[in-house]
Design a protein around this ligand. Structure first.
Ligand code: NAI
Length: 343
């Protein structure tokens, strides 16, 4: 069983080798991302293993199919980088639906606390023995209203932390979770959520429906000073509209772990380069924007689970032709019913 592994980082190898060697899986690691230009590296492999910024577009799918590759194993939960409609009848797409929802939820909270208590500024200030509190005034989360879009695994973990802080929780999802309602969470429409929330956190997948969910129109509906948290996928937020709303003081703070145009930048050391992306540069320069480079998932527990589940998915699929974590082709992943076991 041979797998071509794209966009490899040193930490991937460490975790994957432990499980691959146990299960007799041969992995060829490539540092390059999977694209139309690199897809031929997969020749002779049974499948490819890819991450969030690899491209599994129609031309890549056609080339993989032509080379006899039938399997795409995503080592992540999101699958917006796969053209699921085009993959139908050609490739089986496996993913890791849950590896540590706590990793992402806790990171979202870390960003929120950093932002509202100005920890990023305090860290720099005290290193220069500047102990002044001017400009450091924050606000209590207790008693504030948080609006959560998407109440799946990560949304639930995030909400539970917010409830512990004594926040009022509003939620928007097509499939309300009964347990959350019993815990006092109130499901509302997207518009109500935008209007009522002091903090908005996005935990839904990127689909045609959720593309630029936070755009100029949505931001106009928000409270002045709203804090926007995005740890899901960059394109849920129109970054240009966000920048305008930050400049006009409508948005009080933005906590971003993802960015629509992240694919060529995030996970790489670009410190010696001039950044061409003016919107990203401007966002980073704002005192009330905290940006991390898609690191919400990055905990020891998550990496270990990702490696174990991905190797399990591949071995199960290649040995018995079946895997519970195969993405649904029937709805092209659009309804996200893959996570509900619909095939
Ligand atoms: P999940 O599948 O458990 O939950 C997603 C929820 O979003 C579901 O309840 C679904 O009904 C809801 N949803 C779908 N379409 C919606 C819409 N149009 N409006 C409102 N809600 C909608 O997924 P999970 O594990 O909670 O992950 C959520 C997202 O987090 C993933 O799709 C992925 O993009 C992102 N993610 C980010 C990571 C990071 O490192 N920054 C790591 C892992 C996931």
């Amino acid at each position: 069983m041979k797998i071509a592994f794209f966009d490899t980082k040193p930490y991937d190898k460490k975790y994957f080798e432990t499980y691959a060697s146990k299960r007799g899986l041969e992995i060829k690691y490539y540092e390059t991302k999977l694209t139309e230009d690199t897809v031929e590296l997969a020749a002779g492999a049974d499948g490819v293993c890819v991450f969030v910024n690899d491209t599994v577009s129609a031309p890549v799918i056609d080339k993989l199919y032509e080379m006899g590759v039938r399997l795409v194993a995503l080592r992540c939960a999101g699958f917006n980088n796969v053209d699921m409609k085009h993959a139908y009848g050609k490739l089986h797409v496996l993913r890791v639906p849950a590896y540590s929802p706590y990793a992402v939820a806790e990171h979202a909270i870390a960003l929120l606390l950093t932002s509202v208590r100005r920890i990023h500024k305090a860290y720099n200030r005290t290193r220069e023995f500047n102990f002044s509190l001017n400009g450091m005034l924050g606000f209590d989360l207790h008693g504030k209203t948080v609006g959560v879009v998407g109440t799946g695994k990560i949304g639930i973990a995030f909400i539970n932390i917010c409830l512990g802080f004594g926040m009022k929780v509003l939620a928007y999802d097509k499939y309300p979770a009964e347990d959350l309602i019993r815990s006092g969470v109130q499901y509302v429409t997207a518009d109500e959520l935008f209007r009522e929330s002091d903090v908005i956190s996005l935990h839904c997948p990127l689909t045609e429906e959720t593309y630029h969910l936070i755009d100029e129109e949505a931001l106009q509906k928000c409270k002045k000073g709203v804090v926007i948290i995005n740890t899901s996928r960059g394109a849920l937020v129109d970054a240009e509209a966000l920048l305008v709303a930050i400049k006009s003081r409508k948005v009080g703070a933005a906590c971003l772990d993802v960015y629509e145009e992240e694919s060529e930048l995030f996970f790489e050391d670009c410190s010696g380069h001039i950044l061409d992306d003016d919107i990203l540069s401007r966002l980073i320069s704002m005192p009330n924007v905290i940006l991390t480079s898609h690191q919400a998932f990055f905990t020891e527990e998550a990496l270990d689970n990702i490696a174990e589940i991905t190797v399990d998915n591949i071995v199960n699929y290649l040995s018995v032709g079946k895997c519970n974590n195969e993405l649904c082709h029937r709805c092209s992943g659009v309804e996200d019913c893959g996570s509900r076991g619909c095939f």
